[in-house]
Design a protein around this ligand. Structure first.
Ligand SMILES: Cc1cc2nc3c(=O)[nH]c(=O)nc-3n(C[C@H](O)[C@H](O)[C@H](O)COP(=O)(O)OP(=O)(O)OC[C@H]3O[C@@H](n4cnc5c(N)ncnc54)[C@H](O)[C@@H]3O)c2cc1C
Ligand code: SF4
Ligand code: SF4
Length: 429
């Protein structure tokens, strides 16, 4: 029996679960498949309904987690095998090569400036900015070390030559690690649904039709435009924006469930546009307004009354593009007036469905746990065991268990940490 715990996924839920367990004195391994912890919350500008700066809240938690003496953070790593049973799991982890020695790299960035190849899409900024072959994933990344994109690197050696720390190893190999834990917490979150399959909305075809996560980067002061709402087609600041809800959510052809956070994040994003530019015209096309949390309805009311955000109850049928101005034109049935209408705006933001993260089926199979019909992790009993998976000793929390916002993900993470400790105590670990 061992009382160490593995947490899979370093988003806000995984970070919180790891910190809570570590504070109880338990040893925690946190495995994150991206080069930095932080998850989606790190990409958001502000958070509803308080309007707090997302990264300002998250960054101290990321650091607390990374520097905690009881937590081993393994980034750019994935779980490849699990055997054994509750209290006694053997876990195989593959640490992918970042071609940089994490212990030696100081994050000074000299190598980044030395790389002559700088035109690759920056994943964190949703390809709205470019990055080099060697890069720091984002400003507040934890750990703050660079990585090399070996697919594009031509091995010119410029970065190696300027690194005084001798940290770059262009021939680094993947590393296999085996750990022994008593319980596992899964917190692998979500991905955004790719709306390019919904042809009538023109995503990928019309430059000024973007997704909500792209908008979050655009409106963020530390984002690619410094917070200016410069639209992709001409880099000019737009004067009108429409948000379209339920793109791929509540849609039998794609994802039948409600993604739960989009009504509120669209409201927040429209308010942010108004705060940056008081004269901006903002429209939200919605199916039903799901403002169910504490203070949420009041937030929507403020958006309507104080910020003059216009809510239109309709699911647009099509978006076309004005060939000259590149303005998107929205065609919709106004379900209140029962008229077909058109609205031309400078920028359209698609609030896409949020779907289980890529590779969730493979992860579930490695863990030997079941998924539900929408590919979220199945829970043992929604009333009495809401954080237990279908296998003893494996807990689930955050968005990977079902759609939810940050406070709910954190609440679940704290519950999962307490439940993991309880399971271990019952097993006598
Ligand atoms: C556009 C947008 C705006 C939003 N605005 C708000 C807001 O204002 N307020 C609010 O409360 N909520 C908001 N949300 C929702 C919020 O982002 C989520 O509630 C929150 O991020 C969930 O946290 P999580 O840790 O469960 O998942 P995530 O943030 O997705 O983190 C999961 C982590 O697990 C990692 N991972 C995935 N698979 C694996 C694997 N196999 N192995 C290892 N690691 C893995 C991922 O890389 C990621 O780091 C918004 C969402 C979107 C899309
Ligand atoms: S690899 Fe070397 S040069 Fe690059 S950031 Fe790290 S320490 Fe600095
Ligand atoms: S070796 Fe690769 S990463 Fe380093 S400077 Fe050359 S191209 Fe860039």
């Amino acid at each position: 029996m061992v009382d160490d715990v593995l947490v899979i996924g370093g988003g806000v839920a995984g970070i919180q679960a790891a910190i809570d367990l570590a504070e109880r004195g338990l040893k925690v391994y946190l495995v994150e498949r991206f080069p930095s912890i932080g998850g989606k919350m790190a990409q958001l500008d502000k958070t509803f309904p308080t309007g707090d700066c997302s990264i300002c809240i998250l960054a101290p938690k990321m650091m607390e987690c990374f520097s905690h003496e009881n937590i081993d953070v393994l980034t750019y790593a994935e779980v490849t095998g699990v055997s054994g049973k509750a209290g006694d799991f053997k876990v195989k982890i593959l640490k992918k090569p970042r071609y940089v020695d994490e212990e030696k790299c100081t994050g000074c960035g000299d190598c980044v400036s030395a790389c002559p190849y700088i035109n690759l899409p920056d994943e964190f900024d949703m390809a709205l900015r470019s990055r080099g072959n060697i890069f720091i994933p984002f400003l507040q990344a934890v750990p703050r070390v660079v990585m090399v994109d070996r697919e594009h690197c031509v091995k010119c050696g410029n970065c190696v030559a300027v690194c005084d720390a001798g940290a770059i190893d262009l021939y680094q190999k993947p590393e296999e690690i085996e750990i022994h834990v008593g319980a596992i917490i899964v917190a692998c979150g979500f991905d955004s649904f790719d709306p390019s399959g919904i042809k009538e909305y023109g995503y990928g075809r019309y430059k000024n039709v973007i997704t909500a996560l792209e908008y979050e980067r655009l409106v963020c002061a530390s984002g690619p435009t410094g917070g200016h709402l410069d639209r992709p087609s001409d880099k000019k600041t737009t004067n009108s924006i429409a948000f379209i809800q339920c793109v791929g959510s509540r849609d039998v052809k794609n994802n039948p469930y409600c993604s739960s956070v989009c009504c509120m994040h669209a409201t927040k994003e429209a308010i942010l546009a108004k705060e940056h530019y008081p004269d901006m015209e903002t429209y939200i096309f919605y199916t039903d307004m799901r403002a169910f949390g504490k203070g949420f309805q009041e937030y929507v009311d403020r958006a309507k009354n104080e910020y003059e955000v216009r809510y239109i109850r309709s699911k647009p049928g099509e978006i076309t593009e004005d060939k000259e101005t590149k303005n998107p034109v929205i065609w919709y049935d106004d379900t209140v007036t029962r008229q077909v209408k058109r609205l031309e705006v400078g920028l359209v933001v698609l609030c896409t469905a949020l779907v289980p993260s890529k590779g969730v089926k493979e992860l579930a199979s490695i863990l030997g746990v079941e998924l539900d019909k929408n590919r979220f992790f199945k829970i043992a009993d929604p009333l009495y065991a809401p954080l237990d998976s279908s296998r003893e000793g494996i807990l689930v929390c955050g968005y990977c268990q079902g759609p939810k916002d940050i406070p709910e993900a954190v609440t679940q993470a704290k519950g999962a940490a307490a439940r993991a400790a309880e399971v271990l105590a019952c097993l006598g670990a």
